[in-house]
Write a protein that binds this ligand. Structure first.
Ligand code: HEC
Length: 151
């Protein structure tokens, strides 16, 4: 009996943590705050609209990524984006012309920027959050994450 309860409790906590953390860490970020950081910090190279056409782009031997290219960007995982933004292009085998921002941006600010980058993609970036939610067991429903958080 006790074992059953422990297993049940474990399943519930796994479900809860999965529901809130696993789907997309970018969904935790605030895309509005991220936009402001992006325009201040990234647009010099990536352009204000993220097309990779910022004022410094022409002078760079490796062109800044077009963040609106969903066919490319949507394949990149959140953790990878976090690493290249925090540690720079060289840390992931990309051009060093993509600087490391870890000394200027705090981790939550990086997640905000990632949340914003996710809004730029055409075709749109799909989080895995939606398919996970309906498959959940019919336990007392945890408060649903507001949809706006994914924007
Ligand atoms: C000094 C110019 C410059 C600035 C400023 C800059 N980047 Fe980049 N970024 C680059 C270049 C160049 C690349 C292309 C690297 C490559 O393809 O090897 C790149 C690539 C990227 C990529 C794509 C990585 C990939 O796998 O293709 C992401 C994501 C990115 N930058 C995010 C950012 C973010 C977020 C900021 C602002 C916090 C930023 N960059 C600021 C130059 C810059």
């Amino acid at each position: 009996m006790n074992t059953l309860r422990i297993v049940g409790g474990l399943a519930v906590s796994l479900f809860l943590s999965g529901a809130f953390i696993a789907p997309s860490r970018a969904a935790q970020g605030d895309p509005v705050a991220g936009k402001a950081t992006y325009e201040k910090t990234c647009s010099l190279c990536h352009g204000t609209t993220g097309k990779g056409d910022g004022p410094a782009a022409a002078a760079l031997p490796t062109k800044p990524r077009n963040h609106t290219d969903g066919n490319y960007m949507n394949q990149l995982k959140d953790d990878y984006l976090f690493k290249i933004i925090k540690e720079g292009g060289a840390a992931v085998g990309k051009a060093q012309f993509m600087p490391a921002w870890g000394t200027q941006l705090k981790d939550p600010e990086i997640w905000n920027v990632i949340a914003y980058i996710r809004t730029l993609a055409v075709p749109p970036y799909q989080t895995t959050a939606a398919p996970l939610a309906p498959a959940a067991p019919a336990a007392p429903a945890p408060p649903a994450k507001p949809k706006e958080a994914n924007k």
